[in-house]
Design a protein. Structure first.
Length: 135
């Protein structure tokens, strides 16, 4: 590129940036008028509902349960992936003892992680009223 093209690109970028900064911002809707977007309707309804007799009916509590459920699914998927990776590594090791040792270490770590996650899940099951997976 020559200096002329660089100058045109710079002027165009500055003009568009300045136009973006000077464009008036449209007034936003009130928070109550906004839609929930990707959140489940039960969570959205709990957040906008005025009656908060029980903690299980609040939006924060429902959001906490949703996050725990998503993390449980993610931990399960990662554990399965770790077992598959360690198994393939162990199977393809042949006579390589270093690879066998590394694969056994991976499988041991996955099993320890699953046991630790199960203990954490059991603790949350005991702490949260109604359990973790109940909607």
């Amino acid at each position: 590129m020559n200096k002329k093209h660089i100058l045109y690109i710079t002027i165009t970028t500055l003009t568009l940036g300045l136009a973006t900064l000077l464009t008036p911002i449209a007034p936003t809707a009130a928070a109550a008028d906004l839609e929930c977007g990707v959140l489940p309707s039960s969570l959205c309804n709990a957040a906008t509902k005025g009656d908060k007799d029980k903690i299980e009916d609040t939006g924060v509590w429902k959001l906490l349960k949703l996050v725990v459920n998503i993390m449980t699914a993610g931990a399960g998927i990662l554990a399965i992936a770790g077992i598959i990776y360690g198994s393939v590594m162990y199977t393809t090791a042949g006579g390589n003892q270093e690879q066998v040792k590394k694969a056994r270490g991976i499988l041991t770590n996955v099993v320890i992680g699953v046991i630790a996650f199960a203990a954490m899940w059991a603790l949350l099951q005991w702490l949260l009223p109604g359990g973790v997976l109940n909607k």
